[in-house]
Design a protein around this ligand. Structure first.
Ligand SMILES: [Mg+2]
Length: 126
C-alpha cells in the first residue's frame, strides 16, 4: 500500500470510527438482552431473519406493485432496515468489533473495487 492509499485508508477509518456508527452501537448495546451463552449466534441468526423481513417486504412490492402497498410501506421497510442495523451492531459488539470500523472497511473495499472497475461480478476478494 503506497502513502496515498494509506492516507486514504486512515481518512476513511477516521471518518466513521469515532462517529455515528459507534454511538449507535453503544446505544444498541443497551437493548441487547439475550443470554451471554447465545452471544454471536443470537445476533447472527437475528440478522439473517431481519434481512429476510426486508426482502419479504420488497418481494411484496414486486408481486403487488408499489401502488398496492400500504401508505406506510417505506416506513415499514425503514423499520426492518433498522432491525438489520441493530443486529449488525449487536453482532459486532459480541465479536469485540467496532461498528464504525466495519463500515470503514466496507467503504474502503468498495472504493477500491470502484477504482479498479470491479464493482460488478462476484467473489469476496475481487
Ligand atoms: Mg423486523
Amino acid at each position: 500500500m503506497n502513502k496515498l492509499q494509506e492516507e486514504a485508508k486512515q481518512w476513511v477509518e477516521n471518518k466513521y470510527n469515532m462517529s455515528d456508527f459507534n454511538a449507535y452501537q453503544r446505544s444498541a448495546a443497551r437493548t441487547a438482552i439475550y443470554p451471554d451463552q447465545h452471544k454471536i449466534l443470537y445476533p447472527a441468526l437475528g440478522l439473517a431473519g431481519e434481512a429476510g423481513e426486508v426482502a419479504n417486504k420488497v418481494k411484496k412490492i414486486m408481486r403487488d406493485g408499489v401502488d398496492n402497498q400500504p401508505d406506510d410501506w417505506k416506513e415499514q421497510i425503514a423499520s426492518e432496515i433498522g432491525d438489520v442495523l441493530w443486529y449488525c451492531a449487536a453482532l459486532a459488539s459480541d465479536l469485540g468489533m467496532n461498528l464504525g470500523r466495519c463500515a470503514s472497511l466496507n467503504e474502503l473495499k468498495l472504493q477500491d473495487r470502484k477504482v479498479r472497475d470491479k464493482l460488478g461480478g462476484s467473489g469476496d476478494n475481487r
